[in-house]
Design a binder for this molecule. Structure first.
Ligand code: NI
Length: 155
């Protein structure tokens, strides 16, 4: 496995729409493994392929330690409720904002074995699913931010 370089806000890569994965090749498997390692090393709970310079519809999420969700070609198929909570991004280290997101989200995706699955998340997992799916469409959390948090919020 290898740790990948995470591009930062301002990089045009983060504003592009990623292409679907048509075939799960050994390269895709390696990318998934590397993305998980990179996310963990950076202390994040989600990472999308465009953040490591790959314009493919792939994301990884780890909200509960040891429970990695790998999303290939994810699509949000249902959402409900609303939450306004704190969100950040590994491409914008040290910055946080309050975003408006659904309280619950169901996503359909393909796993590394090519099998389709669905997962429903609430609270932080719902936010993470929305955040990572947005990355694949060139959208960032600051686009749905109600307000940015400042040092004062953490005192
Ligand atoms: Ni992000």
């Amino acid at each position: 496995m290898a740790k990948l370089k995470i591009v930062k806000f301002g990089d045009p890569m983060l504003r592009k729409v990623a292409r679907p994965v048509e075939q799960i090749t050994p390269r895709i498997i390696t990318l998934l493994d590397d993305m998980i390692e990179t996310m963990r090393e950076a202390g994040g709970c989600g990472l999308a392929a465009p953040q490591v310079g790959v314009l493919r519809r792939i994301a990884v999420i780890e909200v509960e330690e040891g429970e990695v969700i790998e999303l290939i070609n994810p699509k949000i198929i249902a959402f409900a409720g609303e939450q306004n909570e704190q969100e950040g991004c590994l491409s914008n280290p040290g910055e946080y904002g309050i975003t408006k997101r659904p309280q619950a989200v169901t996503v359909r995706a393909t796993d590394r074995h090519g099998k389709e699955f669905e997962v429903t998340g609430t609270d932080l997992l719902a936010r993470a699913i929305c955040h990572e799916c947005d990355h694949l469409d060139g959208k960032l959390y600051i686009d749905v931010q109600i307000r940015a948090l400042t040092d004062k919020d953490f005192k």
